[in-house]
Design a protein around this ligand. Structure first.
Ligand SMILES: Cc1cc2nc3c(=O)[nH]c(=O)nc-3n(C[C@H](O)[C@H](O)[C@H](O)COP(=O)(O)O)c2cc1C
Length: 223
């Protein structure tokens, strides 16, 4: 079982997103997965030009020879791919979006209908299962609404949305203890998802645990 995490935070390894991703990976590895944690900010990925050469002239092959050649191969050869990003302006970062746009060679120019929705045909019969990991700087859950809607297009099997994300790398000992409890659930999610392809309701509830009451969080980030 191969899991690849594509992290679109500009803060890369030091991102709050990566705190969640690392815990998920730890659980996945305990379940026997071979994992790769990829920081897209460190990669050379040109913007998709929308020329459709990868559909009509050289099927499956982009006009660019940049890091996306290997990343597309990594993505398509994985059993599970995780798209990980902080919320930027209610959606994913430009870094992750740029990467996801460049996944278009994995589609073919044939429109298919699925329960009233239209998509392009997948180039491969077998596609990886998709997991979404995201964190938002604000409390509450409405900051994920746009992201959730957009991510439906990749039919995620598991979505981990963490509000109050600026606590994830806190140095405050008391809060670190709470984060530790939260990361226990994330690790468990990684373990269960790799083992069973789903998570229990108990783990799902753990992923939504409160990190701090809203008022305290606002005080915390207001310095
Ligand atoms: C340009 C920019 C836009 C942001 N937009 C939002 C937003 O719309 N909603 C939100 O809750 N947080 C927003 N944030 C806060 C980030 O989601 C938050 O700082 C997050 O913890 C960063 O995660 P990272 O360390 O993984 O990059 C924004 C941050 C930046 C820099």
């Amino acid at each position: 079982m191969k899991l690849a995490v594509f992290n679109g935070s500009p803060r890369g390894k030091n991102s709050n997103t990566n705190v969640i991703a690392e815990a998920f990976i730890k659980g996945a590895e305990k379940a026997g997965a071979e994992t790769e944690n990829i920081f897209l900010i460190d990669k050379d990925i040109a913007h998709c030009r929308g020329c459709f050469t990868c559909w009509y002239k050289t099927p499956g092959q982009c006009i660019y020879r940049d890091d996306m050649t290997d990343l597309l191969e990594t993505c398509m050869s994985s059993d599970i791919v995780c798209f990980a990003t902080p919320v930027y302006l209610w959606s994913m970062t430009a870094c992750l979006k740029n990467f996801m746009d460049r996944l278009i060679p994995a589609k073919r120019p044939q429109v298919i209908e699925n329960q009233g929705n239209y998509d392009m045909l997948d180039a491969d019969d077998k596609n990886p299962d998709v997991v979404i990991i995201s964190n938002a700087g604000f409390p509450g859950d409405n900051n994920f609404n746009t992201m959730k809607a957009v991510m439906q297009s990749v039919e995620p099997k598991l979505e981990i949305y963490r509000n109050c994300g600026m606590l994830l790398r806190t140095k405050n000992a008391g809060i670190r203890e709470i984060i530790g409890k939260y990361l226990f659930w994330v690790e468990e999610a990684g373990f269960q998802f790799v083992s069973e392809g789903k998570i229990t309701n108990e783990v799902a509830a753990g992923l939504n645990m409160e990190l701090l009451p809203v008022r305290e969080y606002i005080e915390y980030i207001s310095g």
